[in-house]
Design a protein around this ligand. Structure first.
Ligand SMILES: [Zn+2]
Length: 138
C-alpha cells in the first residue's frame, strides 16, 4: 500500500525514461542526434530540426532558478504541512537553457530564494516506484 498522499507523476511513452532516470538518481533529457539540441518536455521529434532520432542524455544536475512562486495556500490537503513552499522553474546547466524543470526548491527558507540562484538536484524517493527531482541551493 502506497502511503504517499500527494499526486504522483503519470509517465507516458515520452516521459517514462525521464522518470526511470530519476529512480536511478540521474537527470536525463532527450538530445537530438541530428542537431544536438536538447528537447524539453520530452517529445517525439526535435522542435528545432524535426528529426526523430535522439538519445536520453545525462544532465549536469545543476542549474539556476529561472522563476518561482511561493505557495502559501494549498488547495490539496497533503501539501498543507509544507506551507509555505517554493515551486520553481529550474534552467538546467549545459542544455542551452532548453531543459527547464518545474520542481521545488528545498532546504532553503522561501524568503531567500532568488531568480538566478544556483541550485543542485536532490532525489527524493517518495515511493518504491517513484523518485522526484527537487533542488537545493548550492
Ligand atoms: Zn534537432
Amino acid at each position: 500500500m502506497n502511503s504517499y498522499a500527494k499526486p504522483l507523476p503519470q509517465p507516458d511513452i515520452d516521459t517514462q525514461p525521464f522518470w526511470d532516470a530519476c529512480k536511478g538518481h540521474e537527470l536525463r533529457a532527450q538530445r537530438c542526434n541530428a542537431c544536438a539540441e536538447f528537447r524539453w518536455p520530452p517529445q517525439a521529434f526535435c522542435p528545432e530540426c524535426y528529426a526523430w532520432d535522439f538519445a536520453w542524455t545525462k544532465l549536469s544536475g545543476t542549474g539556476r532558478v529561472d522563476s518561482f512562486v511561493v505557495v502559501h495556500y494549498a488547495a490539496v490537503a497533503p501539501f498543507q504541512p509544507e506551507l509555505p513552499y517554493v515551486i520553481a522553474h529550474i534552467a538546467i546547466d549545459g542544455t542551452n537553457e532548453r531543459v527547464r524543470l518545474v520542481s521545488n526548491v528545498i532546504d532553503c527558507p522561501w524568503q531567500e530564494v532568488r531568480v538566478g540562484m544556483p541550485v543542485g538536484v536532490v532525489f527524493d524517493d517518495v515511493t518504491a516506484e517513484v523518485t522526484l527531482a527537487k533542488f537545493r541551493p548550492l
